[in-house]
Write a protein that binds this ligand. Sequence first.
Ligand code: NAD
Ligand code: UGA
Length: 464
Amino acid sequence: MSEIKNICCIGAGYVGGPTMAVIAAQCPHLKVTVVDINAERIDRWNAEDLDELPIYEPGLKEVVGKARGKNLFFSTEVDRAIDEAEMIFISVNTPTKTYGKGKGQAADLKFIELCARDIARVAREDKIVVEKSTLPVRTASALKEILQNTGKGVHFEVLSNPEFLAEGTAINDLLHADRVLIGGDDTASGKKAKDQLSAIYENWIPKERILQTNVWSSELSKLVANAFLAQRVSSINSISALCEKTDANIGEVARAIGYDSRIGPKFLQASVGFGGSCFQKDILNLVYIARSFGLEEVADYWEQVILINNYQRNRFVDKMITSMYNTVAGKKILLLGWAFKKDTNDTRESAAIYVADALIEERASLVIYDPKVSEKRILQDLDALGTRSPEENRKALTVIQDPVLASEQSHAIAILTEWDEFKTLDWESVYKKMLKPAFVFDGRRILDTEQMEAIGFSCYTIGQ
Ligand code: NAD
Ligand code: UGA
C-alpha cells in the first residue's frame, strides 16, 4: 500500500463532517475530501456563511473555517474522490431496518453496500477501506466479499474504526478522544494498514490511547459501548420512578452512588428518556444479533434497556395528564426543547417527539420552542410517526421563537431538552403570564424546584 496522501470520506453527516474537519485541521499534509449524494447537505458544508453549516456543534465552524478550501473539501463527486484516495472512510447512515427480515431491529446495510459497490467499481489501485459507521459484528466480511470480487486485481484492506464522539461535544471528543479503536486483520498487510491509520491519529492523539484489535472485536465493541452507556441511563431512570414513590431524590442517589469510583459520576442524569440516532438503533441491533445466535436471555437482557426508556417517556406524559386533573384536552402546553440533548440541532429519536405525539393524542394544543431546531424539522419528525395526518399535526401545534411571550395563557410548561438558556429564563414573568395553577414539568432536572415553587409554580421534577 502506498503512502497516504489523500483520504476521502463517504457520508457528510454528524460523524463524517466533524471527524474529517478535525483530521484535516490536525493533518495539514493530508488532502481530505468529504463526499455525499445529498447535494443540499454538501452546499451547506460549502456555505460562505459558517452559520449555515448543516450541523450545529460547538466549535465546528471554527475547525471547518480553518481547513476548508486548504486541505478540506466537500463535494458530490463520489467517484472522483474514491479514485484519488488511498484511504476511504465509510461514514454513511446505518438506520434500523423498516422492512423485510429483521424489520424494526437489524441494521439496514443498504447504504454501506452501495458504498462498497461504488468503491469496487471505481478503484484502479489498492486501497484501505475504513468502516467509520457503526456496523453489526462481521459486516467487514460482507464488505470484503464485494470488494474482493472485482476481477481487477486491486487489493483492499478493510479496517474497523468506530467513532465514539457524542453530539454537542463532538469537536472536544475528537480532539481529546478517550481512545481510538482500530480493528483489522492480523496479516502483514492488515497490520500495516492498521499502523497507517494509527499514524494519522498519532498527529494529535497519544499513541497509548490508540488501540488495535481484530476487526470483529472492534465492530462489536462499538455496539457494546453504546449499550453500556444507554444501560446506565435506563438504570438511573428506573430508579427515578422508585424515588418518586419513596421521597428519595434521584439527584442525591446519583451523587451518592457516583462517588463510588467503581461506578463513577457520568451518565447518571435521570431524564425524560434517552434519544439520539444511535442508542436505540445499536441496542436493537445487538438484541437482533444475540437472538440470531439463539442467545434469547442475552437478547432479553439488553432489550429491557429500551423498554425502560419507553416506560420513562410514557411515565412523564402520564404525570402531566394526571397532574392537570386527568385532562389536557384544549389546554395550551409550552414544550421547551426538541433536540435529543443540548448543543445539537439533531432531533433523531428525541424524547420530545414522543411526548408531543402523546399530548396531541390527548388533544392538547402545543406551543414548541427550541433554539436550534426549525419548524420544518419538528413537523417532519411528527409526520414521520404517522400517528395522524400532516394537516392534523399542523393544527395541533405552533412553533415559536419567544418562550416568555408564548407562555401567555398557557396551562403548563414541559422541559424536554436541557438547553442552558432554560435555566435562566425569566421565570417570574412566565409565571405572571400563565394560567393558575401554573404547572412546570421538568424532564431534565435543570430547574431548582424550591425556587420555582417559591415563585408560585406547581413543579414536578423527574425523580423527586
Ligand atoms: P447522517 O445521517 O448524519 O449522515 C450520513 C450521510 O451519508 C448522509 O448525509 C447521507 O446522504 C450519506 N450517504 C448515504 N448513502 C450514501 C452513499 N451511497 N454515498 C454517499 N453518501 C451517502 O449519519 P451520522 O449521524 O453521521 O451517522 C453515520 C454513522 O456513524 C452511523 O453508522 C452511526 O451509527 C455512526 N455514529 C454516529 C454518531 C452520532 O453521534 N451521530 C456517533 C458515532 C457513530
Ligand atoms: C452517544 C455516545 O455517548 C457516543 O459515545 C456515541 O459515539 C454515540 O452515541 C453514537 O454512537 O452515536 P450521543 O447519542 O450523541 O452519543 O449523545 P449522548 O450524550 O450519549 O446522549 C444520548 C441520550 O442520552 C441523550 O438524549 C441524552 O440526553 C441522554 N442522557 C445522557 C441522559 O438522559 N442522561 C445521562 O446521564 C446521559
